[in-house]
Write a protein that binds this ligand. Structure first.
Ligand SMILES: [Zn+2]
Length: 107
């Protein structure tokens, strides 16, 4: 998926053949580890199986079953985009994580 598809995902939350950022998948992605293993590849560990995410200059891809069936942003791709600081992924994550209660002291 490319930058435009991710931007559209924010405004088209319903599932479809194109990608959408599923908040549940993004929450699971936070608990995975991504390690770059080449100029355009990452090894994502921490789930039931490790998967390799690649980037061809336009699209990210992953060999996992979820990606093959659904065609959207699987948790492995989302984990890589998170480590790359993708602004849309960060924006969705921000909506998921509440700010700490200011009465309990500043963090
Ligand atoms: Zn995947």
């Amino acid at each position: 998926m490319n930058q435009r598809e991710f931007a559209e995902a924010i405004y088209r939350p319903e599932p479809g053949p194109a990608s959408s950022i599923d908040p549940r998948r993004l929450a699971r992605a936070v608990h995975l580890d991504a390690e770059r293993d080449g100029p355009a590849g990452w090894l994502v560990r921490g789930g039931a199986e490790s998967h390799r995410v690649t980037f061809d200059g336009d699209r990210y891809d992953c060999g996992c079953r979820d990606r093959a069936i659904r065609g959207g942003g699987c948790k492995h791709i989302l984990r890589v985009l998170l480590s790359e600081g993708h602004p849309v992924v960060v924006r969705v994550l921000r909506a998921l994580v509440r700010l700490p209660n200011p009465r309990r002291g500043a963090v």
